[in-house]
Design a protein around this ligand. Structure first.
Ligand code: UDP
Length: 192
């Protein structure tokens, strides 16, 4: 289910239910593109039709930011769980480790994605890291080939907004990946 804020859709499911939906879509061979929505992005999207469009193109818009929860209550909406981009990435990794799905971390400064992946594997033993790539590689064809050859099911892209969302939209169909999440500075958080 979705609720609307200035014309931007946001998912209303509880966190666990949303994870169930995402993993059911992996099993059904459906692609899922996830973006985090906070009040700052909503304000930007109000003035920027391109960003507005990018946000609504996603399959899951997660309510990142207390402001979104308050706004939902005010319009008698259903959103109850705040789900940050970092929380979503962490829980996707937890479920991936349980279900045997492979994750790929693309973005951030050289070394950061690999460090973040290592830390996530310590938190979730058995997590399959299909690969990592820093966010300063310029050859997009090489990036696509590397991700496809890795056999990853879930791709986290940390290039900042809206670069990461544009990368996902541009390449979603030719990437043999099921779940795409733009995660901003999350690798920097997990690598620390
Ligand atoms: N980044 C990158 N390639 C670039 C520019 C940025 O990999 O060409 C990375 C940067 O190292 C950082 C992340 O993208 O890890 C941007 O994080 P930020 O918190 O700025 O994201 P946002 O605030 O846009 O969500």
């Amino acid at each position: 289910m979705k609720e609307h804020f200035f014309g931007v859709q946001v998912n209303t499911e509880r966190f666990d239910d949303m994870l169930d939906l995402i993993f059911a879509r992996i099993r059904d061979g459906k692609k899922s593109f996830i973006v985090a929505i906070n009040p700052e992005k909503l304000m930007k999207a109000k003035k920027n039709p391109e960003l507005h469009n990018i946000l609504n193109t996603a399959d899951f818009q997660i309510p990142d930011g207390v402001g979104v929860l308050i706004a939902s209550r005010l319009q008698k909406g259903q959103i109850r769980d705040r789900i940050t981009g970092v929380d979503m990435m962490e829980q996707l990794c937890r479920r991936a480790s349980e279900e045997g799905s492979g994750v790929f971390l693309y973005g951030a400064k050289p070394g950061v994605a690999a460090q973040a992946a290592g830390n996530l594997q310590m938190t979730f033993p058995g997590l399959k890291v299909a690969g990592t790539l820093d966010g300063y590689v310029k050859d997009e064809e090489e990036i696509i080939r590397t991700i496809n050859e890795s056999g990853a099911d879930i791709l986290f892209v940390a290039l900042g907004s809206p670069t990461q969302e544009n990368f996902i939209i541009r390449n979603k169909e030719r990437l043999s990946v099921s779940v795409f999440q733009g995660v901003g500075g999350s690798f920097d958080v997990f690598s620390g």
